[in-house]
Write a protein that binds this ligand. Sequence first.
Ligand code: TYD
Ligand code: MG
Length: 461
Amino acid sequence: MSKSKVVFICNSCGFHSPKWEGKCPQCETWNSLEETQVFKENKSQSARSAIIHKEDKLVPNKAILISDVQTGKTSRIPIFDPELSRVLGGGIVAGSVILVGGQPGIGKSTLLLQLALQNKFKIFYVSGEESEEQIKLRADRIKAESDKCYLYTNVNTDQILSQARKINPTVMIIDSIQTLTSPLVDSIPGTISQIRECAYELQRFAKESGICVFIIGHITKDGNIAGPKILEHIVDTVLQFEGDQNHMFRVLRTTKNRFGSTDEIGIYEMGTAGLIPVTNPSELFLRQGDSVLSGSAIAATIEGLRPLLIEVQALVSTAIYGTPQRSATGYDLRRMAMLLAVLEKRCGFAFGHNDVFLNLAGGIKINDPSIDLSIVAALISSLEDTTIEDGICFCGEVGLSGEIRSVNRLEQRIQEADRMGFKEMYVSKFNIKGIPFEKYNINITPIGKVEDLYELLFANV
Ligand code: TYD
Ligand code: MG
C-alpha cells in the first residue's frame, strides 16, 4: 500500500514546497502554488531512473565542437494546409512536439482532424475527450477521407505509446493533454503533476521515435495554456488558436517556434465543412455594404508579417445620460481615450459630451498602433457626419501632440492597398524616405499632423 503526502507545486516553475506559500520562493510568482497529492511509494522515481539509465547509454557522454555539428538533418514534411504549414515555418519537423492552445469550441480538434485527413501520411489520432463516433461525425462534416488515419480513444499514456509504437505513424495527435493520465503519477488527470509527466513522456517518445506529436491544450480564463508553465518549455512550438466565437474567422499564431519564425499568422474561416484557409484576408475585413457611411475608415495594418486592410467604424452621438459612454471592440479602450484627448486638446473637437463607440469590423483584435490614424479619421467623420470617399486608406501612429508618426514595413502596406485597388493612402510624412512611389498606382499623401488630415479630408466638404 502506498502512503500519500501533500505537496504544493508551483504551476509556473514546478517548484515543490511542503507548505503553502503566497509567493513561490523560486520564480516569485504570486498565488501559483497548488496543492497536489503524491504517493510515497516511489514507483515514478524508480521507473524514471530506469529510463534515465537507459537513456545514458544511448546518449554519447562527450562534448563536441560546434563547428563539427552536422546541420541540414532536420527534414520537413510538407503538409496540405498552407496556413498551418506557414505558421510552423514550412511543413512539420520530424520528432518535434507542437502544442496547440485555444478556447473551447474555437476549432482545435477540427484543425488537427483536418491535418489527419487531408494528408497522405500515416496519422495516429488519440482522443480522450470524444468517442470514435463523434470524431467520425466531425470527419463527415469536413468531407475529407483518409485510409491512413488511425483513431484511438484512450487516456493512459502507457497504452497510447505502445499503440503508437505498433502503428508507427508520421504524426501523432493528442486531444487533449488535460485528459491524459500517466501510470507513473498517482493523481487525477488535469493536475499539474499529471500534465507535466505526460508531456515529458510524449516529448521523450517524439525524440526517440522521430514521430511528430501535436498536443491540444485547454486554456484558462485569462488566455494562458492550462497547466504548468513548463509545459510550454518542454515543447518545441506553441500555437495559439484565436478568434471570436460569433465571427467565422480564426487566427492561428505562433508564440514559440524552435524551427521557424514567430511572426507568421494563419487565417481561417470556419464554414459548414470545416476550416477553410483564407488566402486573401483583406477581403474578409473590408466594407460589406453598398454605400459609404460616415464614421467608417479603412486602416492598412500588419498582423504578424501579413499586411491586412480592415474597416474601422466609429459612432459619435450625443450622450443621453450624464456621463458619456466609451466603448471599443477589438481596440484598446485606453488608447481610444488618448486619441479622443488629443483630438479635443490639440485640434479643438468637442467629444466631451458625446458617447463614442468604436468597432473593428469582423471581430478582429489589433494591437498595431498604425491604425491610430484611421481611428482618428473615423471619429472625425462620425462627429462631423461627413463620409470619407471610397478608395482611401490610412496608416500612421498618432502621438500625444497630434503628430503622425512613422510605422514599420510601410512599403508592404502600400503594396497590399495597391493590390486591393485603393486610390489614395494617407501616411506619415516622416515615413516616406526611400519608398519607390512610382512603382504603384496608388496615390500617397504624406501628412505631419492631425490638423492636416482634417484640412485635406473634411474642411472643404
Ligand atoms: P471543435 O473543433 O470541436 O473545437 P475545440 O476542439 O477547439 O473545442 O469545433 C468547434 C466548433 O466549430 C463547434 O462548435 C462546431 C463548429 N464547426 C463548424 O462550424 N463547422 C464544421 O465543419 C465543424 C467541424 C465544426
Ligand atoms: Mg476539441
